[in-house]
Design a protein around this ligand. Structure first.
Ligand code: FES
Length: 576
């Protein structure tokens, strides 16, 4: 899928706008209806601005403004900006889960880019899934492309304290259930937590993915942490617009930046920021689109021993605004520079090493030194065993140290509805030593691999002051959540993976240091249970049918099998 390396090759947009015949008339005339003068069609780079604005994706609600700043930059550099919408995935609203539609949105992005007169692309990304879906779709086209994140919200403030989006919800809802917070206080906190434009300001999935984009070299330095409402976010948008024009002139395509080295850098940075487990499925899917070999095991091999330097919620205390004031991602990457491939190329034409070598750090409590890290050995650990033959993940930095090695009696929930029904029952036979097992929430099972893995604890356990238990599922977990939660069990229960066979009372062993997840049931008994297992009914029509028939398992990135790889950006045949 590699594009021609030669600079100054004819722009693909000339196949639309540069033709003297009736086809050129059609392509230009309808575009001129928006007020563009004829000289805009003189062969200058056409820059597509891929916008995920939506009122239903509140984290991206400022993207119209951001797009205007990108346009300024594109015009300044002599390009022709054309903004286009793509499916926007709002984590807070979309049911059954935004993840179900990540691959669908990526198809929208890919076909919108390939089918239009676009020479280079700016991706406007914010809320969780809007980042991987745009990166995946663009990767399958491999044009010169640059990412621009919308930036995090300002810190949440409630009764004089900082509260983090997502993380605060999980914490306060448990406080209400334990009788430590009133319903009125809970409602008041709603408007105190999320109080400005931007995406979740904890180190959740959105902040993690914005950091991944910068660590991959796919966005300008400082992209990850500038708050959405800080004037410097608009300035970055303008600079991004200027830069993409030059990238087109230099034919700086994605495959020159998103190399194996870039992915290794991103995985290491994910450990150092205490990033979300969701980055695992998203980076695996992005690497699949680029044709870069990357496996689930790479996450453990490359980064599980790396420390977390960043003292941010949900693992720590601070929020993204504090991270920006402390120096942001360049300062953090400088601190772990001995671990990184400094020769990796980035979108500004410089290497990662050049970008971070002079990055100052202004707050050592937020970005701790490598020598005295916030948390040691904090990267994502990959577990295997008879309960997860193809793997499962856990984020030790968000887990309770005393539970990382644990054997307990399984309490099984067949679905999230079954869980909700049972967990409030005071007669449920469960205590803090049990292992909560949730099934049928994987890519096929939910469908879409929902963020339901961080199951709330039973009330009677909470009332004892216990705040964590071992939980295991084939689901994902919000990046803003925390706890000793084993996720992404593969193969999932709904396709007959061993998770489907767990019964109440079985003993389960979690041994994170040994990377082991074991169901203490004999092979003969498991074979008997497997023979009696019935697959759930599959959806009959629509996108969901296509999805469940083609989605890959979590350890492969949960992309659709026919979307892996790319088709480049050859100009399609004429439309009229
Ligand atoms: Fe959009 Fe958290 S809900 S980033």
């Amino acid at each position: 899928m590699s594009n021609d390396n030669k600079k100054n090759k004819p722009l693909r947009s000339t196949a639309w706008f540069g033709k003297p015949d009736k086809d050129g008339f059609l392509h230009r005339s309808w575009t001129k209806a928006s007020g563009h003068p004829h000289d805009q069609f003189d062969g200058r780079p056409v820059i597509g601005i891929c916008n995920t604005f939506s009122d239903l994706t509140s984290c991206n609600s400022h993207f119209r403004t951001l797009a205007e700043y990108v346009k300024r930059g594109v015009y300044e550099a002599g390009g022709f900006p054309l903004e286009f919408p793509v499916m926007s995935l709002g984590e807070a609203q979309l049911r059954p889960t935004a993840m179900l539609f990540r691959n669908l949105a990526s198809m929208d992005v890919e076909e919108s880019i390939r089918g239009n007169p676009i020479d280079g692309v700016v991706l406007l990304m914010g809320c969780d899934k809007t980042t991987p879906s745009l990166m995946m779709g663009a990767a399958s086209c491999n044009l010169p492309t640059i990412g621009l994140s919308g930036g995090p919200m300002l810190n949440g403030k409630f009764r004089g304290e900082d509260i983090g989006s997502g993380t605060g919800v999980w914490m306060m809802s448990e406080m209400v259930r334990a009788g430590q917070m009133t319903q009125e206080e809970f409602i008041e906190a709603e408007s105190c937590m999320n109080r400005s434009h931007g995406h979740c300001m904890t180190m959740g999935t959105a902040s993690t993915m914005a950091s991944m984009v910068e660590a991959l070299g796919m966005a300008l330095p400082e992209n990850a942490a500038i708050p959405a409402v800080d004037g410097r976010r608009n300035r970055l948008a303008q600079l991004t617009g200027r830069r993409i024009v030059q990238m087109v002139k230099d034919n700086l395509t994605m495959d020159k930046i998103m190399t194996r080295k870039a992915f290794e850098n991103a995985i290491k940075v994910n450990a150092a920021i205490g990033g979300s487990t969701n980055a695992v499925v998203h980076l695996l899917a992005m690497a699949g689109r680029m044709g870069v070999p990357l496996t689930l095991e790479d996450w453990d091999k490359l980064a599980s021993q790396l420390p977390c330097l960043l003292n941010l919620q949900p693992s720590g205390k601070y929020l993204m605004e504090d991270f920006f004031y402390a120096g942001g991602l360049p300062a953090l990457m400088k601190e772990i520079s001995t671990e990184l491939h400094l020769d990796a190329l980035t979108v500004n034409g410089k290497t990662l090493g050049d970008n971070i070598k002079d990055a100052p750090c202004y707050n050592r409590d937020v970005i701790t030194p490598l020598a005295t890290p916030f948390k040691p050995a904090a990267g994502i650990a990959v577990l295997k065993g008879n309960l997860a033959p193809d793997g499962a993940v856990i984020k030790p930095s968000a887990s309770s140290p005393h539970l990382l090695k644990h054997r307990g009696r399984a309490v099984v929930f067949e679905s999230t509805e079954h869980f909700r029904e049972r967990i409030e029952d005071d007669h449920l036979d469960i205590d803090e030593n049990c292992v909560m097992v949730l099934k049928n929430c994987g890519p096929v099972g939910y469908p879409g691999m929902a963020e339901v893995g961080n199951m709330a604890l039973p009330k009677k356990v909470l009332k004892k002051g216990i705040t964590d238990m071992v939980r295991i599922s084939d689901a994902r977990m919000s990046g803003t959540a925390y706890g000793t939660v084993v996720l992404h069990v593969s193969p999932e229960a709904s396709i007959g993976g061993p998770l489907a066979l767990v019964k109440d009372g079985d003993m389960v062993e979690l041994d994170v240091p040994a990377r082991r997840l074991h169901l203490d049931v004999s092979d003969e008994e498991l074979a008997r249970r497997k023979a009696a297992w019935q697959p759930p009914q599959k959806p009959a029509r629509g996108y969901v049918k296509l999805y469940v028939e083609h989605v890959q398992q979590a350890h492969l990135g949960a992309d659709l099998d026919f979307l892996v790889g790319g088709s480049g950006a050859e100009v399609p045949r004429e439309s009229h």
